[in-house]
Design a protein around this ligand. Structure first.
Ligand code: HEC
Length: 434
C-alpha cells in the first residue's frame, strides 16, 4: 500500500516535471487534433493557404511561426471580437497555450500511431444533388502577379419561374486563388449588360441596387441553409451575380466557380429584410487616425436578427454595431476591432436575437488614414472620400432581420424606405468633390 502510494507520488512528480517543461505535448496526441479541426480547411494541398498543415513534417518545420500567429490571433483568420457567431473560427486560450508549449519543447512528434486520421475534404456538393447547378460562364484567367481582383460574373438561369431557396452552396473552381465569393440576385439587368462574357470589375459592391444578397463563401464555409420557414425568394426575372475575390498566387491560375441551389415548395412563412445602416459622410484627411461615421435606425416592430454583414474598404479600422433596447440595455451586435478587407464575411448568429419594437440599432465605424495603419494602401497617406472604387471608402452595416410577426413586414419595409428617402432627399448620396 505504502509502496504503491509512493510510486503514484513519484509518477505524479514526473508528470508534473514533464508538464512544466512542456514536453508532455506531442504532435500526434495533442497538436494534430487542433490543426485538423481549426487549420486544415485552408491549410491543405490545393486550398487557399500557402502551405498544408497536415503531416508532422508540415507542422514541425513551422512550429515557432504557428505558436506566434496563433498567440496574436492572426490565425485562424476571424475578425469579430464579439459576440458569438455560427461557424466561428477561434482557438481557445488552452489551445493557444498548447501550441506554444509544443513549440517551446522543440516540436516533439510523439507516437505516430496516435495521430488521428487526416481530415478529408469531399469534392461534391455537401447537401447532395441540387435543384439547380450553375457556374460562371467561362473559365477566368487569374494572372500570376499583380493586385487582388474583384470580379463579378452574371449567371443566367435556365428557368423563368420564381423559386423559394432553402439552401445554397458555392464552390470555387480553384480554391488556391479564390479568397471569397458573394452571391447576389440582380433584377435590374445591369450585370448582364456589363458582363461581356468574362465578368466585369466590381470592387466593393456589384454595381446595382437593390442587390439582394444570397450568401457567400469563404474558405472553410460549407452550404448555407436557411432557417425553417424563412426561405429566400429567387425572382423569375433574376440573374445571379457572383462576385469573386481573387488573390494571385505567383502562378497563372484558372477558376470557374460553381454554385448549387436547393429549392423548397414550401412558401416562406416569414421574410428576411435587410436593414442597411450606412453613411457617405466620408472625407478623411491624410493622417487622420480616428475619423468616425455613424448611422442609426429605430425598429418600428419586433424583429429577429439572424445575421450581420459589415462592409468597408482598406482603411476602416474599428467597426461597431450595437442595439439600445427600449429599456436602455445596450447589446453589442458586432465588434471588429481591426478590420481587414481580405476577410469579408457574412456573419450569422448562433441563435436569432430578438430585438423589440423601439430598439435603436447603431453603426459606428472608425477609419485610420495615418501611416500607422499597416493596411493603408497610400504612402504617404492621401485624402480618401466616399465612393465605390478601391481608393475610396464606404461604410455599411447590413442587418438581416425577420419581423417577429409576418403581418408587420409592410410596416418595417415602409420605415426602411423612409430612411432611404430621407438620405436621398438630404443629398447624402452625393459624392464629395475630388
Ligand atoms: C480561413 C482560412 C485559414 C484558416 C482556417 C487558417 N489559416 Fe493560416 N493562413 C491562411 C492564409 C490565406 C494564409 C496566407 C496569407 C496570410 O498570411 O494572411 C495563412 C498563413 C498562415 C501562416 C503563415 C503566416 C506568415 O506570417 O507567414 C501560418 C503559420 C498559419 N497560417 C497558421 C495557421 C494555423 C496554425 C491555423 C489554425 C490554428 C490556421 N493557419 C488557420 C488561411 C487560413
Amino acid at each position: 500500500m505504502a509502496a504503491h502510494g509512493l510510486r503514484l507520488a513519484m509518477l505524479a512528480g514526473v508528470a508534473a516535471a514533464l508538464w512544466a517543461k512542456g514536453s508532455g505535448v506531442t504532435f500526434s496526441h495533442d497538436v494534430a487534433p487542433v490543426l485538423y479541426h481549426h487549420c486544415a480547411t485552408c491549410h491543405h494541398a490545393g486550398a487557399v493557404a500557402p502551405f498544408p498543415l497536415i503531416t508532422y513534417a508540415d507542422a514541425a518545420r513551422r512550429a515557432d511561426l504557428i505558436a506566434a500567429v496563433t498567440a496574436n490571433r492572426y490565425m485562424p483568420p476571424w475578425l469579430p471580437a464579439a459576440p458569438r457567431f455560427a461557424g466561428e473560427r477561434r482557438l481557445t486560450d488552452a489551445e493557444i497555450a498548447l501550441l506554444a508549449r509544443w513549440a517551446a519543447a522543440g516540436a516533439p512528434e510523439g507516437d505516430p500511431a496516435e495521430t488521428p486520421p487526416a481530415p478529408h475534404f469531399p469534392e461534391g456538393w455537401s447537401l447532395g444533388a441540387p435543384d439547380l447547378e450553375a457556374e460562371i460562364p467561362s473559365p477566368f484567367q487569374v494572372p500570376a502577379e499583380g493586385p487582388d481582383l474583384y470580379r463579378c460574373f452574371s449567371v443566367r438561369l435556365p428557368h423563368h419561374a420564381q423559386h423559394y431557396v432553402r439552401a445554397i452552396e458555392i464552390r470555387p473552381g480553384d480554391p488556391k486563388v479564390v479568397h471569397h465569393a458573394l452571391l447576389f440576385q440582380d433584377v435590374t439587368g445591369t450585370a448582364r449588360k456589363r458582363d461581356a462574357g468574362s465578368g466585369y470589375d466590381c470592387f466593393g459592391t456589384p454595381g446595382f441596387l437593390p442587390a439582394r444578397g444570397l450568401g457567400g463563401w469563404t474558405p472553410g464555409s460549407g452550404a448555407i441553409t436557411m432557417l425553417p420557414g424563412i426561405a429566400e425568394t429567387l425572382y423569375a426575372e433574376a440573374d445571379l451575380v457572383i462576385q469573386v475575390h481573387y488573390h494571385p498566387t505567383g502562378r497563372p491560375e484558372t477558376d470557374r466557380t460553381r454554385l448549387a441551389l436547393y429549392y423548397t415548395s414550401e412558401k416562406p412563412r416569414r421574410h428576411l429584410i435587410d436593414v442597411g445602416l450606412t453613411s457617405n459622410r466620408i472625407d478623411i484627411p491624410p493622417g487622420a487616425r480616428d475619423f468616425r461615421v455613424t448611422d442609426h435606425f429605430t425598429l418600428p416592430v419586433d424583429v429577429d436578427l439572424l445575421g450581420i454583414i459589415p462592409h468597408a474598404h482598406y482603411i476602416a479600422r474599428d467597426m461597431l454595431g450595437y442595439a439600445v433596447l427600449p429599456d436602455g440595455t445596450r447589446r453589442t451586435l458586432i465588434h471588429i476591432p481591426d478590420w481587414n478587407f481580405n476577410w469579408q464575411e457574412q456573419y450569422r448568429y448562433s441563435a436569432p436575437i430578438r430585438l423589440p419594437s423601439g430598439t435603436r440599432v447603431e453603426m459606428e465605424f472608425t477609419y485610420d488614414n495615418s501611416e500607422a495603419n499597416p493596411r493603408n494602401p497610400n504612402h504617404p497617406p492621401r485624402r480618401v472620400i466616399y465612393g465605390p472604387a478601391s481608393t475610396d471608402e464606404m461604410a455599411g452595416l447590413h442587418l438581416q432581420v425577420a419581423p417577429a410577426r409576418e403581418s408587420e413586414l409592410e410596416e418595417l419595409d415602409q420605415a426602411i424606405w423612409g430612411k432611404m428617402m430621407r438620405m436621398l432627399g438630404g443629398g447624402v448620396y452625393r459624392q464629395p468633390e475630388k
